[in-house]
Design a protein around this ligand. Structure first.
Ligand SMILES: Nc1nc2c(c(=O)[nH]1)N[C@H]1C(S)=C(S)[C@@H](COP(=O)(O)O)O[C@H]1N2
Ligand SMILES: [Mo]
Length: 369
């Protein structure tokens, strides 16, 4: 409460900060981690992530959505403003795109000092077949005015972040919106979207980190400038407070191991029997196809090329496999991906103030017996 008794929403804004030396996880981070779950590593066995195992990241509350009255308003710099009901969308041409989605904060806990936010380890990823209408078809019906620069997508969820009250909004360039597979998705793996994934309709921006794929979509607004809302200021890779930084865009390459053997409950370390062990996993990049995955059984001292399975469409992860002659003792298993643009997963964490795009590989600890 401020002095005159009015509620000062700005006081909700915990400043963004990194953890103090030795500071353990805070109650706020634990709360976020419990709301927003990761893909369990063993779920990498499925090419399409089963419902409920895909990671979830929701900034505010999951909105109360009535599909019968839900509309999406197409507003701003269009030739004619249109209001789309779900029935209108269902009558339009449907497309399905297989997309590996990853949160830009995946890997954040590997950044030192740790930025206080959703404390992802490496599991903020999942793959789904998203179906719906192309954003370009919707814009085609409304007609894009010549001076439109960005397409702003607005979600129905509302909250406060660092003192700024807002609807969840993200902009895309008109160019990307028109010339791509961006979808207004109404189905995930052939079923209506689950509430946590954006029911009844969400944007899906293939190849981009998840923050671009606005859930619970209720407005598409065309504007005559590059949109710079809160969620654009927040998703920048900066090294210090005054660094303008670079925007977070497409997904950096990453490979993850399907963990071999069986786990220890607390540490998640693996117990593996000595001998020939199948090594499997999946790798992806939003910049282009994954062209190489390497496996190291000795914490990065030596690397071996894995066998890549057939490509799984331009936007979805690709399976890889190899075999490992496991000998008794403790091993730190690593994998790293390279994509067609030459981007290679780094061995050391990618530092930034917010802990974004840290695609450094993370070791799986195995105790071979
Ligand atoms: N409306 C809305 N859209 C949103 C978000 C949100 O909080 N609100 N979170 C974004 C972020 S940061 C990510 S990583 C993805 C997560 O999508 P998922 O929960 O379906 O995996 O949704 C994005 N879209
Ligand atoms: Mo995210």
């Amino acid at each position: 409460m401020s002095a005159d008794g009015a509620t000062d929403l700005g006081s909700f804004g915990l400043p963004s900060r990194t953890a103090h030396p030795g500071e353990g996880i805070t109650p706020e981070e634990l709360g976020l981690a419990a709301r927003n779950h990761a893909l369990p590593a063993e779920a990498l066995r499925w090419e399409i992530t089963p419902p409920g195992l895909h990671y979830v990241l929701t900034h505010y509350d999951i909105p109360d959505a009535d599909p019968d009255s839900w509309t999406i308003a197409v507003t701003g710099l269009v030739d004619h403003q249109v209001t789309l009901s779900l029935a209108t969308l269902a009558a339009m041409r449907q497309h399905t795109v297989r997309v590996t989605m990853e949160c830009a904060g995946n890997g954040r806990t590997g950044v030192h000092p740790r930025p206080l936010s959703q404390p992802w380890i490496t599991g903020a990823v999942g793959t789904a077949d998203w179906s719906g209408v192309r954003l370009s078809d919707v814009l085609g019906e409304a007609g894009v005015a010549a001076d439109a620069i960005d397409v702003v997508s607005c979600g129905a969820d509302h909250g406060i972040e660092r003192g700024v009250e807002q609807d969840y909004e993200r902009g895309l360039s008109v160019q990307l919106a028109l010339g791509s597979d961006v979808l207004l998705a109404t189905a995930m793996n052939g079923q209506p979207l689950p509430p946590q994934h954006g029911f009844p309709v969400r944007l899906v921006v293939p190849g981009w980190y998840g923050m671009a794929s606005v859930k619970w979509l209720r407005e598409i607004r065309l504007v005559d400038h590059e949109f710079a809302g809160y969620q654009h200021q927040a998703y920048r890779v900066k090294q210090h407070k005054d660094d303008p930084g670079m925007p977070v865009t497409q997904i950096e390459p990453r490979a993850l191991l399907s963990p071999p053997g069986f786990p220890d409950f607390m540490s998640r370390a693996r117990v593996v029997e000595a001998g020939v062990t199948d090594i499997r996993g999946r790798a992806w990049s939003g910049w282009g196809p994954v062209t190489k995955v390497e496996f190291s059984p000795d914490d990065g001292a030596t690397w071996f090329d894995c066998t890549l399975a057939a490509e799984n469409g331009p936007f979805a992860w690709r399976a890889f496999s190899t075999v490992w002659q496991a000998t008794p003792g403790q091993a730190r298993l690593r994998v790293r991906a390279t994509d067609g643009t030459g981007r290679v997963q780094p061995l050391d964490p990618v530092a930034s103030l917010g802990g974004f795009t840290n695609n450094a590989d993370a070791a799986v600890v195995a105790l071979v017996r």
